[in-house]
Design a protein. Structure first.
Length: 248
């Protein structure tokens, strides 16, 4: 299956998706051409789901950057909190920049089914994001109680609470899983921006890239549809919206 065929499957659900490798290439080009920064001056953090498929399908060119620092837990929510963000901020090279990619993930199988992928060595599809799907199933069954967050399953319970706050919107959507993923994106975006606002960075630029990370079947690789991209210039405090630069 060639790249255009793979993209055609993913774009049934996410029309602006590109491969994560192409996205990473554009990011590296942007830093080089617009900001005069080399990959080894850029400290990279991701806030994506801990799912092993995200490691298997990790874009090769991201390895040219410093990092990644892992900010995320289940479905990409930045569970490392302000301590994690503060530690990460301290690791940036002098005169360097920070790049943060964040968002939930969702599978699209070769058959075009949303929320499912076929993993290496498996003949049956499995869920992606499994945590989001389980939280959605609990929402649909009325099993989520407001404020119920346990130490034993803290990350999952946090996702459940995020969905519970948008219950009607999710349950009445044409695709509840697609909608739940949008809701989780918004929660991640808000939290990342709050963490960034509360953190003292020692560099000039912070590139924030919010996206939906899309997993194909394992051998299809991964894709990304960017939702919002902003370049924060810490010398002026200005935020430059770059969303159109990274669209398909
Ligand atoms: Zn996941």
């Amino acid at each position: 299956m060639n790249k255009q065929e793979r993209l055609a499957i993913i774009r049934q659900h996410y029309p602006n998706a590109i491969t994560t490798n192409d996205l990473m290439e554009r990011v590296i080009d942007y830093f080089g051409q617009e900001l005069g920064l080399e990959p080894n001056q850029i400290l990279f953090a991701d806030s994506i789901c801990a799912d092993d498929v995200n490691s298997v399908q990790y874009p090769a060119r991201a390895r040219e950057l410093l990092g990644p620092f892992r900010l995320g837990g289940l479905d990409g929510f930045p569970f490392v909190g302000s301590t994690g963000m503060g530690a990460f901020a301290d690791h940036v090279p002098d005169e360097g920049a920070i790049f943060i990619y964040y968002g939930p993930h969702i599978g699209v199988s070769k058959a075009g089914t949303l929320g499912e992928i076929c993993r290496t060595g498996q003949h049956k599809p499995s869920g992606s994001c499994g945590a989001a799907k389980a939280a959605l199933a609990n929402l649909q069954a009325g099993r989520i109680m407001a404020g119920q967050v346990s130490e034993m399953d803290y990350q999952m319970n946090t996702l459940e609470q995020i969905l519970l706050r948008q219950k009607d919107r999710i349950l009445t959507a044409i695709s509840p899983l697609h909608e739940a993923t949008e809701v989780i994106y918004k929660a991640i975006d808000a939290r990342i921006r709050q963490l960034v606002a509360d953190t003292a960075f020692r560099c000039r630029y912070v590139l924030l890239m919010g996206a939906i990370l899309i997993n194909g079947d394992t051998d299809m690789g991964s894709f990304s549809t960017t939702k919002q991209v902003d370049l924060l210039d810490l010398s002026t405090g200005n935020m430059l919206n770059l969303s159109t630069v990274f669209e398909a």
